[in-house]
Design a protein around this ligand. Structure first.
Ligand SMILES: [Zn+2]
Length: 275
């Protein structure tokens, strides 16, 4: 089955993993901007990173028949540095018309601080002005519930932003309902240890249905699995869910969500056996 991984940090992964993902049916990925594991020393570090994810990474993916899309922003971890965040946000418009740039992301809160909120609001302002889609990171478990509530309050109080063009990611059992009820897309991250296991993600599908759900690996430089979406597909099959339902979640939903971006030029691959 073809699938799309809507949140993965391929700059952290090997070429062999692109090969494995392609063999498992991956036809497209989207790569949000992320913390490098250390704080960058200035705005030029971000320029190099944006060049890498909009230029080199799509070429690396294309060698395996994978279409690569990108989201740009100052990540939640470094958003605490308001001065540097402003420089990065001011540079982003230079990149918004590059092929494959879907919008701003993953913006959001990390420790729910005042500075993070300020940077978040400045991203929202840019998204509203440039009519970009948004991908939002929610904090790690200790700060997740409060951070998700704060995030939803901030986004819904800006009436220029259409919730149908926003995905709120890394949701779990205690945060997913808030997000779906507010009309946003809901991202579920499959991680080996923290966030959701494939089994818990399938439980969420059974509780909330497939509408506006996106399932991703969020694989990065830490413990994570770039083949987590295939693990979700296997768990769905093990519970005897129809192929059409699985396909809706791992393929049609990302197409529908990404399709709202002006730079999403998806080329449908032939289905296996449909020559
Ligand atoms: Zn991420």
């Amino acid at each position: 089955m073809h699938f799309i991984d809507p949140h993965i940090h391929m700059v952290c992964r090997t070429t062999d993993e692109y090969g494995l993902m392609a063999k498992m049916g991956c036809v497209a990925v989207s790569e949000p901007s992320f913390w490098a594991g250390f704080d960058r020393r200035g705005v030029e570090g971000f320029r190099d990173y944006f060049e890498q994810i909009t230029g080199f990474e799509p070429k690396r993916a294309a060698q395996y028949g994978i279409q690569h899309y990108t989201w740009l922003c100052m990540n939640a971890k470094e958003a605490e540095n308001v001065a540097l965040s402003r420089e990065v946000i001011a540079m982003i418009p230079e990149y918004l018309d590059r092929p494959g740039v879907l919008g701003l992301g993953e913006i959001g809160l990390n420790k729910n601080t005042k500075n993070e909120v300020l940077t978040f609001l400045e991203h929202l302002e840019l998204a509203a002005k440039t009519n970009e889609q948004i991908l939002i990171h929610t904090p790690h478990l200790a700060d997740k519930y409060q951070g998700t509530r704060m995030t939803l309050d901030l986004v819904t109080s800006d009436h220029r932003i259409d919730p149908d063009r926003v995905v709120v990611d890394h949701l779990e059992e205690h945060t997913i309902r808030l997000v779906l009820e507010a009309g946003f897309w809901a991202g579920i991250t499959l991680y080996p240890t923290t966030k959701c296991t494939p089994a818990r993600a399938v439980d969420l599908v059974q509780m909330y249905g497939p509408e506006r759900l996106l399932v991703n690996s969020a694989a990065d430089w830490g413990p994570s699995n770039p083949l987590a979406v295939p693990d979700f597909i296997m768990e769905m099959r093990r519970r005897k869910h129809p192929e059409s339902l699985i396909r809706q979640i791992v393929y049609e939903n990302p197409l529908e969500f990404f399709g709202q971006s002006k730079n999403f030029r998806f080329q449908s691959p032939a289905e296996p056996g449909a020559e």
